[in-house]
Design a protein around this ligand. Structure first.
Ligand code: DAU
Length: 349
């Protein structure tokens, strides 16, 4: 099978590309990536001479390019997206463009050529989930951030193309994912690389928000099973049963790094911050036989160890005057200036 992997130079996308090339000797991959700030050629550097891999730079909203690529491939797996909630609060329009219109362009080509398309979505489409509840695939979508709304919009287009035109579309809804090569705007790579530099770790609000933590390699394996065996028109939750309040995750991270908890700095909260996401992922376990291969400790520690052993990867991103630095200042400078310590006292960092 020849698979078009869109967004394949990003974090989960590049994990997926490597995994498929390693595990499916008969498959070839065409990676399409616009190489905006989080798509990183370094993530695919080792594949530059791979006989079954081709890289194309471009945008999923470019209908003529997508037409050419979809025509020559057997299936599409769409990782291309704007993914960071905080950025969606600063500049929502890019999210609408890529996560809704871009998905539409892919669907339209999939329809023309009769291709299967896997849309990689998120548990955030369910919105804030009360303690004790686990979202199932039948639950109503109730997104609350511009990011989650755009992902839900993309999903609704997928569903409409399945119902209206019979396009063979399958959706995955994954939990919080960590692992190698994640752009250091997300909590784990940001906090690991901050801690390694002795910088404060900006915990939003009380830090009692709960997320479920999934390893990128496990997430990629689930997406691949859905591509090969998922039922047309269905959605599949991908969770790990690794629910942790953020503050507990951060303490575990510092303990593994051997860094002091005094780096923890409580800063003003993310507006509209969802308190909890939690998935019921019985469907993918029972129907497709998937389970994550790692415990919470393995998921977190393998991730941390990768950043520790690949300083050149993240230091290239975290340069003075870089895109990252501009974003970091915009997002955190004022927050850190009004930070408090664990006891609510005004911090002096
Ligand atoms: O749940 C799946 C989603 O997980 C994906 O769809 C998103 O693309 C991905 O970004 C992630 O969303 P989150 O908003 O949960 O991830 P993030 O790493 O930004 O934040 C995780 C938690 O940590 C969240 O409760 C906010 C908190 N946080 C995050 C940052 C960046 C902090 O307390 N401080 C921070 O500086």
């Amino acid at each position: 099978m020849k698979i078009l992997v869109t967004g394949g130079a990003g974090f989960i996308g590049s994990t997926y590309v490597h995994q498929v090339l390693d595990q499916h000797a008969d498959d070839a991959i065409v990676t399409l990536d616009a190489l905006t700030y989080a798509g990183n050629p370094a993530n695919l550097l080792d594949l530059s001479d791979h006989p079954r891999h081709t890289f194309v730079r471009g945008d999923i909203s470019d209908a003529s390019l997508i037409d050419d690529l979809v025509r020559e491939c057997d299936a599409i797996v769409n990782f291309a997206a704007e993914t960071h909630v905080d950025r969606s609060l600063l500049e929502p329009e890019a999210f609408l463009r890529t996560n809704v219109h871009g998905v539409y362009v892919l669907l339209d080509a999939a329809r023309r050529y009769g291709r299967r398309i896997v849309q990689v979505s998120t548990d955030e489409v369910y919105g804030d989930v009360p303690a004790g509840i686990f979202s199932t695939e039948e639950d109503q979508l109730a997104p609350r951030s511009p990011y989650a709304a755009a992902k839900a919009g993309g999903e609704l287009f997928c569903h409409s193309f399945f119902v209206s035109y019979g396009v063979d579309v399958v959706v995955t809804r994954g939990a919080n994912t960590i692992g190698p090569r994640q752009y250091p705007e997300k909590i784990v790579p940001l906090f690991v690389t901050n801690a390694l530099q002795g910088l404060p770790l900006p915990v939003y609000g009380d830090g009692l928000q709960v997320r479920d933590w999934l390893y990128a390699g496990d997430h990629a394996a689930a997406i691949d099973l859905v591509l090969r065996h998922g039922k047309p028109g269905e959605a599949y939750n991908i969770g790990a049963d690794n629910e942790r309040p953020n503050i507990e995750l951060v303490r575990a991270l510092l303990a593994h790094l051997g860094k002091p908890e005094s780096l923890i700095t409580h800063v003003p909260d993310r507006p509209g911050h969802d308190r909890r996401y939690a998935l019921n992922w019985t469907k993918i376990r029972t129907e497709l036989g998937w389970e994550p291969a790692r415990t919470f400790a393995q998921t977190l520690n393998e991730t941390i160890d990768w950043y520790m052993s690949h300083p050149e990867w993240w230091q290239a991103i975290r340069q003075p005057d870089s895109e990252f630095e501009t974003y970091y200042q915009r997002q955190y400078a004022w927050r850190l200036a009004s930070a408090t310590d664990e006891n609510g006292a005004v911090a002096t960092k």
